[in-house]
Design a protein around this ligand. Structure first.
Ligand code: PHE
Ligand code: ZN
Length: 880
């Protein structure tokens, strides 16, 4: 851990390094408790570096055990070394070879950065700054080197030895019980893409032949006994490889592509060149242990990491401020892939839900930052929804504004011009601007400004003149460090819908730039006029969520209901009902706080029934539409003086009303599960989702036989999707049979960690009055493990983010519990702790008594004697 307060790193201070490292030859000797790393670095001085300029290499918790320059041991006076730095005082003017020997202990590495062990397997994680925990290096993404890695270990301990690139040599070490493998990666890469794995692993294999006829060996490595849960991941990989050739013209460039699944991983997965390392949650799946959502996630994450091979690896980031260059673009690419594999509409709605529930609150609170941040103290805290999800939205807007063809031209130019480079957002934008002769100067503000733009639209229809006028304005609420903002380019895809649902075409349109059905907002406020409209159109605005903004269109309930029934843009059809539900839930929340009766709007209740019964709509779409805005969504929209109990009560009342009003229809729908053997395809998944939504409403209706029906559905469940959905209902609705079901689930899945994560999560998110006590007790469960990030996330993190009434309990005990756990976790794994602490980011929006308690908890963390740089940064910003 690095408890010292860290300096602020600023984008404007970027300078190229004085030296290059052209080649890296590593010899890694693995022994339990002690690993020796021999690094031979071929270093040369950059032209404009004065000869004799000191060379300062990064380190982190390293022990230097040997040092030589051009094969000569260095005298003590020539260098200085500490655990986090190695300085050569006067390096040679001409290229030289530096040999560094370090000693590390992967067994003691609890941060899971650098070289560590997961269930006995040696593995690495180097993004963002983990390579410096393996050897001293210029550990920054603009240092591109060709790596050769020799790995040696006892054969019995680690029969499998993997590195980046292609395997070039290997065999026994004569006279010993050891063996070795040599891997060579011909593509120059930054150190954060280095990886190695060694252990006793099983694998599945397959091949893929690229468009130009090159045969690639594909392997997925897992712990023994898990091979039969790799089929979906392998299938997803092959589809990703094909799709990237077809859609982006990107071909794979090595002879092998290896994926290793490990159980202890801080993030989702890592795109190391030719050797992706995955959190096993995004690899392993079968009907018994994985839900439909898991299958969709695996498909998306496999694709995401694979797509990084071009957007991230071949073209990488000049510095960490450019993180969105690879992440925003690659998320956009994986979203497009999933849309092509599944229902585009359903994927878009799910992605926007995620953006609104994770990124919008981030962008509205103390942790807000631009898609490309300008400063950081700890880069690990910038792997955020803003960089990833909003970053993807910005790329999507670029496509909307330039059109499919313009976007393709720009991408082609980018991939060609910057191949093999470490580059910037500016260079990325120049490609699109040049390829399409478009000025993107104003567009670039999307990368610079934090905060979600608010777009306000007031419309006026003049029947006599046949004219519709829109008064549109945009603004961003002031944020810490950003008092004012400049207007953004906002593409608003729209339609004007006539009384029978037809799209109306106005005679003229003026007051803005239009591109087909996109109105491009550029000014702070604009008056837009449409003429030749002989009846009043209903405005469908922000179709497909064409820009990441909050839209206030001041539409009447009648117009929203009309859109919910008639809009042929599926996203807006979904959004219309969400908006209506949000309005009603906000009204009900106010009523709950006044202890008034909670009477949901009957038109809204009826509209949900219509959706349920509308067989013309895709089941997956219906399932999504039936889902009410979440408690956190409502808290975000309410924005201040938030009372989570009142929100929960409002939501309960609406669910109950919908359930009760359509109880028979739900009963019929819940029986409509796909028959036959389990198939993870999107169609079958959609049917399961709809049936489980129906079951949820049926349970919420309070109908007499509800508990019995849900318990029976749990018993009959033939796959994890249905099993976990029914278990959640039993536990969350407090139905009879919940405890027995938990017990049955535990017995059935005790040996499967990923399934048990779900068991913990169901209980962590139970909105029951003793929810916190249950979670506390579970931290003492024999299967709970502070060292395993997935387990921590499924209990403590899930509680903090998915159980708003218990986390924000009036007695402050929820905050204290999370604070205690964050402090404990921080001692071993700062990244997991700091991520957990982001759950406090909206504390100021809570009503006074709760926000005081949250602040006290944050203050207590801030005053802890030992706090990592990661956690310190989050807490300081939250309190700022
Ligand atoms: N680069 C990884 C991804 O987006 C995420 C990651 C970041 C993983 C940092 C580990 C550490 O796919
Ligand atoms: Zn990524």
């Amino acid at each position: 851990m690095r408890p010292e307060t860290a300096p602020v790193i600023r984008l404007e201070d970027y300078e190229p390094a004085p030296y290059r490292i052209d080649r890296v030859d590593l010899d890694i000797q693995l022994n339990p408790k002690s690993v020796t790393v021999m690094a031979r670095l071929a270093i040369s001085r950059n032209e404009d570096t004065p000869a004799g300029t000191p060379l300062v290499l990064d380190g982190d918790e390293l022990e230097l055990t040997g040092l030589a320059l051009d094969a000569m041991p260095l005298p003590d006076s020539a260098y200085s070394a500490s655990h986090d730095k190695l300085t050569l005082n006067t390096p040679p003017a001409d290229p030289f070879v530096l040999e560094i020997q370090t000693k590390i202990d992967p067994d003691a590495n609890t941060e899971l950065m650098g070289l560590y062990r997961s269930n006995g397997t040696y593995c690495t994680q180097c993004e963002a700054e983990g390579f410096r925990r393996i050897t001293y290096f210029l550990d920054r993404p603009d240092i591109l080197s060709v790596y050769t890695t020799r790995i040696e270990a006892r054969k019995g301990d680690a029969p499998v030895l993997l590195g980046n690139g292609n395997p070039v040599d290997g065999g026994d070490v004569p006279g010993t019980d050891r063996h070795f493998a040599v891997w060579h990666d011909p593509h120059p890469k930054p150190s954060y893409l280095f990886a190695m794995v060694a252990g006793d692993l099983a694998h599945v294999d397959d091949t893929f032949t690229t468009a130009s006829g090159k045969k690639v060996e594909l392997k997925i490595y897992v712990e023994h006994g898990r091979q039969d849960r790799c089929a979906w991941a392998m299938d997803s990989l092959k589809r990703s490889m094909k799709w990237d050739e077809e859609v982006f013209g990107c071909e794979y460039d090595l002879d092998v592509f290896n994926i290793v699944a490990v159980s202890d991983f801080n993030m989702g997965a890592m795109e190391n060149k030719g050797l992706n390392i995955f959190n096993d949650k995004y690899v392993l799946a079968d009907a018994e242990t994985a839900t439909d959502q898991d299958y969709a996630n695996i498909e998306a994450v496999i694709a995401h990491e694979y797509f990084h091979n071009w957007t991230g690896n071949r073209i990488t980031c000049r510095d960490w401020f450019q993180l969105c260059l690879k992440e925003g673009l690659t998320v956009f690419r994986d979203q497009e892939f999933s849309s092509d594999m599944r229902s585009r509409a359903v994927k878009r709605i799910s992605d926007v839900r995620l953006l609104k529930s994770h990124q919008f609150p981030e962008d509205a609170g103390p942790l807000a930052h631009p898609v490309r941040p300008r400063k950081y103290t700890e880069i690990n805290n910038f792997y955020t929804a803003t960089v990833y999800e909003k970053g993807a939205e910005v790329v999507r807007m670029l496509k909307t504004l330039l059109g499919d063809e313009g976007f393709k031209k720009g991408m082609d130019l980018y991939l060609e011009r910057h191949d093999g480079e470490a580059t910037t957002i500016e260079a990325f934008l120049v490609c699109f601007s040049e390829a399409t002769a478009t000025d993107l100067g104003q567009f670039a503000r999307w990368y610079e400004q934090a905060g979600t733009p608010q777009v306000d639209v007031k419309s006026h229809y003049d029947k006599a003149a046949g004219e519709l006028t829109l008064d549109i304005s945009q603004s961003i609420l002031p944020l810490p460090g950003q008092a004012t903002s400049e207007s953004a380019v906002i593409p608003l895809r729209f339609g004007l819908i006539g009384p029978n649902g037809e799209e109306m075409t106005p005679a003229t349109r003026s007051g803005a730039r239009f591109q087909d059905d996109v109105l491009v907002l550029e000014e702070q406020s604009q008056k837009v006029t449409f003429t030749g409209l002989h009846s009043r159109p209903v405005l469908s605005l922000l179709r497909g969520f064409s820009a990441p903004v909050r839209l206030e269109a001041h539409q009447s309930a009648e117009d929203l209901l009309f859109l919910a029934r008639q809009d042929n843009d599926p996203f807006n059809r979904w959004q219309a009902l969400q908006t209506l539900a949000t309005h009603d839930l906000m009204r009900l929340t106010r009523a709950a706080r006044q202890n008034e009766e909670l009477a949901p709007n009957p038109d809204l209740v009826a509209a949900f029934g219509e959706v349920l019964l509308n067989e013309a709509l895709d089941p997956a779409f219906r399932a999504l539409t039936l889902q009410l805005p979440g408690e956190a969504d409502l808290a975000r929209d309410i924005g201040h003086d938030v009372d989570p109990d009142a929100i929960a009560a409002a939501r309960c009342a609406l669910r109950k009303a919908i359930g009760a009003a359509h109880c028979n229809a739900f009963k019929i729908a819940l029986a409509a599960k796909p028959g036959g053997p389990f198939s993870p395809d999107a169609q079958s998944a959609g049917k399961r989702a709809l049936a489980n939504q129906a079951l949820g409403y049926y349970a919420a209706s309070g109908t007499q036989d509800a508990a019995e029906i849900v318990a029976a559905a749990f018993e009959e469940a033939g796959n994890m999707t249905d099993r976990i959905a029914t278990l959640s209902l039993l536990v969350h609705e407090g139905l009879a049979g919940g405890e027995q079901a938990l017990e049955a689930f535990r017995r059935r899945h005790e040996a499967t960690a990923l399934a048990m994560d779900k068991w913990f999560m169901v209980q962590a998110t139970a909105p029951l009055s003793d929810g916190l006590e249950r979670v506390k007790a579970l931290t003492a469960h024999p299967l709970f493990d502070f060292a395993n990030p997935n387990r921590v996330r499924s209990l403590v993190h899930a509680f903090a983010t998915g159980n708003p009434t218990q986390f924000a309990r009036k007695d402050g005990a929820g905050f204290e519990f999370v604070a205690d756990n964050a402090l404990a976790i921080d001692q071993r794994n700062p990244q997991v702790a700091s991520r957990l602490l982001t759950c406090f980011r909206s504390w100021r929006a809570l009503e006074k008594s709760r926000s005081n308690l949250a602040e006290a908890a944050l203050q207590r963390i801030a005053s802890a004697e030992k706090l990592s740089r990661d956690s310190r940064d989050i807490v300081d910003r939250c309190l700022q």
